[in-house]
Design a protein around this ligand. Structure first.
Ligand code: ATP
Ligand code: MG
Length: 553
């Protein structure tokens, strides 16, 4: 790789980290973390955060942890944790260590006791509605709870009894005692513990009180000696709380929270709640449906980790929210596959062609290059025989202007093979064209016919050698750029996002294609072998992306 290729785009986070290292902050260490909540599969927005955290660490000889933010047991599961680990590794990253916020439940509890002891937290029995009411608004200060000045000893006693299960769910909460008049609502005595009798996937029934996200996150970062805690912009207003907790507790380490703009991708939704709804209501076939913006879905569609990493690098890291066109993502995979995917021939909508002057029992095998620009990718044998299939739309009974493919009485070149001429077509009772009768010119193999110009080249497969296949043509899941702006995002679903073609024919060499392997089907698009449904008896391919951007106007 040349140095030019290795250069990465500067961004403000890279600048901050470089400046910190220059000043020998944090003992010259860089430690980041990726902190997903295991309440769904990872999506392309998470990929942005993963790439950022892992590359900031690796570029600076630092470490990046995977930390599950598992403080909300109702919505979380082991299945999600496993999927997250699989996806991070598939993207090409390896965490230095794996933790769970739940690993710190005891420490978090002890820190809460410390807050109470130093007069910085109190147990409140206001109802959730009252707490909301007392909190005030952006324009009005909040009102102090009557429990705000409860004596330390009483708070300690109540908090311990909360832990021991003496109170009903929601009856009491522990709140940080900060400032009910703060202009930042997050500082108006936020709740830091609540009572919830839910089974936790890791700690079982050990706890009936669970710490809140804001309180948990900063302490988890500090325990792990994270140096740069990178998160999305919506946490900017939470940073004063992040800092307040760590300063008040005098934790040995105080990570720096830095916010960046989240990825907003057109024609997709990214909220896990909405993705979950798409799955549970059956609008898609699971979290790994190739139309989903999830890592698992994109993997199944045929995306490569390289393309996703390239995308994340190209969109950059900024402080300003911006929409990214779906075309940007699609171009990344298109460029990658254009360079790396071997070529194959597949006929999606077959039309039978009989070459009348070709001997019935003869066949020939061409060695066709797997990649036009990459001779090192070798060749494969492609059989030819009397009966072949071509694409229905490569023949026109009434050709539009400039139609270069096959017409009655016209000629076309079969890719890598002969020039054929259509003598006549055969129709069934309903008028559908069922077969073309053609002749071939034996002098045209690998060379142009003398004195005639044949402009069109079409793909084809030999009927008796080719394999039946199901090909799934995926398109964008939503028909509008911003489905979240619709009154209901489901109204924006694209009814034509999946077209299943069951009677396709693909060239014989695809019999050996491995699960998940990717190809360019010539003139048709990029496809991969479906990792779930494809078998030797029934090949199934997913379209990853079209050859060109068909949505560009
Ligand atoms: P969702 O709204 O989908 O539930 P989340 O932010 O709650 O998203 P988490 O599992 O908490 O999901 O996210 C883990 C990390 O990924 C966080 O640091 C979060 O900021 C980051 N992240 C989530 N969505 C995006 C996005 N669209 N772009 C960039 N980073 C994101
Ligand atoms: Mg979250």
């Amino acid at each position: 790789m040349s140095t030019a290729e290795k250069t990465v785009a500067a961004n403000f986070i890279r600048h901050i980290v470089a400046a910190d290292l220059e000043q020998h902050k944090n003992d010259n260490k860089v430690a980041t973390r990726f902190p997903p909540e295991p309440n769904g599969y990872l999506h392309i927005g998470h990929a942005k955060s993963i790439c950022l955290n892992f590359t900031i660490a690796s570029e600076n000889n630092g470490t990046c942890n995977l930390r599950f933010d598992d403080t909300n047991p109702e919505k979380e599961s082991i299945e999600y944790m496993e999927a997250i680990e699989r996806d991070v590794q598939w993207l090409g990253f390896q965490w230095a260590a794996k933790f769970h916020a739940s690993d710190y439940f005891e420490q978090l509890y002890q820190y809460a006791v410390q807050l109470i002891q130093s007069g910085h937290a109190y147990v409140d029995d206001l109802s959730p509605e009252q707490i909301r009411e007392y909190r005030g608004t952006l324009t009005e200060p909040g009102k102090e709870s009557p429990n705000r000045n409860r004596p330390v000893a009483e708070n300690l006693d109540l908090f311990q009894r909360m832990r021991e299960g003496e109170f009903a769910d929601g009856e009491l909460v522990l709140r940080a005692k900060i400032d009910m008049a703060s202009s930042n609502i997050n500082l108006r005595d936020p709740t830091i513990y609540r009572i919830r009798r839910v089974h936790h996937q890791r700690t079982g029934d050990d706890w009936c009180i669970y710490p809140m996200y804001d309180y948990t996150h900063c302490i988890s970062d500090a325990i792990e000696n994270i140096t740069h805690s990178l998160c999305t912009l919506e946490f900017e207003d939470h940073r004063p709380l992040y800092d307040w907790v760590l300063e008040t507790l005098q934790t040995p380490s105080h990570p720096q929270q830095i916010e960046f703009a989240r990825l907003q991708l057109e024609y997709a939704v990214m909220s896990k709640r909405k993705l979950n709804q798409l799955v549970t209501e059956g609008h898609v076939n699971g979290w790994d449906d190739p139309r989903m913006p999830t890592i698992a879905g994109m993997r199944r569609a045929g995306y490569t980790p390289e393309a996703i990493r390239d995308f994340c690098e190209r969109i950059g890291i900024t402080k300003k929210d911006a929409w990214i066109e779906m075309g940007v993502l699609e171009n990344c995979i298109r460029e990658d596959l254009n360079e790396h995917a071997p070529r194959r021939m597949a006929v999606l909508n077959p039309l039978r062609v009989v070459i009348e002057n070709y001997p019935e029992n003869e066949e020939e095998h061409y060695a066709i290059a797997n990649h036009p620009q990459q001779p090192e990718m070798g060749t494969r044998p492609v059989p030819f025989s009397q009966v072949i299939y071509i694409e229905q739309n490569d023949f026109a009974e009434i050709p539009p202007k400039k139609f270069k493919r096959l017409v009655e009485g016209g000629e076309v070149r079969l890719r890598g093979s002969y020039v054929i001429k259509c003598e006549h077509m055969i129709k069934d009772d309903t008028g559908n064209i069922t077969e073309l009768r053609c002749t071939y010119d034996p002098d045209t193999l690998g060379k142009n016919p003398e004195g005639r110009k044949v402009k069109g080249v079409i793909h084809w497969v030999s009927a008796k050698h080719s394999l039946p296949a199901e090909i799934r043509l995926y398109d964008r899941l939503f028909k509008v750029a911003n489905p979240d702006a619709e009154s209901h995002f489901l109204d924006a679903l694209n009814p034509d996002s999946l077209d299943i073609l069951e009677n396709c024919r693909v060239e014989a060499s695809l019999q050996q294609a491995e699960s998940g392997s990717r190809f360019q089907f010539e003139r048709t698009g990029y496809f991969c072998v479906d990792s779930k449904d494809s078998s030797a008896d029934k090949l199934v391919f997913n379209r990853t992306v079209t050859l060109r951007d068909t949505w560009a106007s």
